[in-house]
Design a protein around this ligand. Structure first.
Ligand code: B16
Ligand code: MG
Length: 219
């Protein structure tokens, strides 16, 4: 068996990408930048500050705002986003995920979280999933967004496991690249991802028998 399974949050455990999008669209609109869902895909797994920089670049406004103004824009986005998180309930967990986490607990396989979201602990709590995770990497201690492997390495180190003996699960290209850069086995959820060791169309196909077969085949 793998020594641990490390999950991404946004897009794997729950679909917060749309809420991030709505908050960013509002803030970007207020400074005259239009963003759409396709552009939002390129912000998945990217930290709040770095997302803002990408939005400014997208709107041709790189350097137009002082660091203080940028901090205010990021804070405004987060206020809107955190407000929208109130709509999350125990029913907001993506299909199959709660069942998978229960099975991993029964199988005594350690479970970690590698989300660069500073709101991750509150989201897990709203979903009533906090107890399912043996270790959640602290996004506040991470200096580089995915595709840098830092957050996945922090999750492995907190669990005391060897990345090469673990599986990472992601829905974003930056996340798959981060997992592969650690030497972990990667599982991609969704379409259009390059380099995932195992590619599944949606979370409902993510089961322990499927992960176990992938592990035995690839190790
Ligand atoms: P916050 P993940 C990421 O979560 C999101 O995909 C990304 O869109 C967001 O900007 C980032 O968290 C930071 O989130 O503003 O809440 O700190 O994919 O790493 O779970
Ligand atoms: Mg994600």
């Amino acid at each position: 068996n793998p020594q641990a399974i490390i999950f991404d949050l946004d897009g794997v455990i729950t679909d917060t990408a749309h809420l991030h999008f709505l908050a960013w669209r509002q803030v970007a609109g207020e400074i005259g930048i239009a963003i759409d869902e396709a552009f939002n895909d390129s912000l998945k797994g990217i930290s709040r500050g770095e997302s803002l920089q990408r939005i400014l670049r997208h709107g041709g406004k790189t350097g137009a705002f002082s660091p203080e103004a940028c901090a205010q824009l990021a804070e405004r986005k987060n206020g809107l986003y955190v407000h929208s998180l109130r709509q999350l309930t125990v029913n907001s967990v993506l299909p199959g995920i709660r069942e998978l986490l229960m099975t991993l607990w029964e199988e005594r396989i350690p479970v970690g979280l590698a989300s660069v979201s500073l709101n991750a602990p509150a989201i897990l709590q709203a979903l009533d999933l906090s107890a399912c995770f043996d270790f959640c990497a602290n996004a506040a201690l991470i200096s580089r967004s995915k595709p840098d492997p830092e957050i996945f390495l922090a999750a492995c180190s907190g669990l005391g496991v060897d990345p090469k003996q673990c599986i990472g699960i992601e829905d974003a290209q930056a996340g798959i690249d981060a997992i592969n850069a650690c030497g972990m086995l990667s599982v991609g959820i969704g379409t259009g991802l390059n380099g995932a060791g195992l590619q599944l169309p949606a979370t409902e196909f993510l089961t322990w028998p499927c992960l176990s077969a992938f592990w035995q085949h690839d190790k």
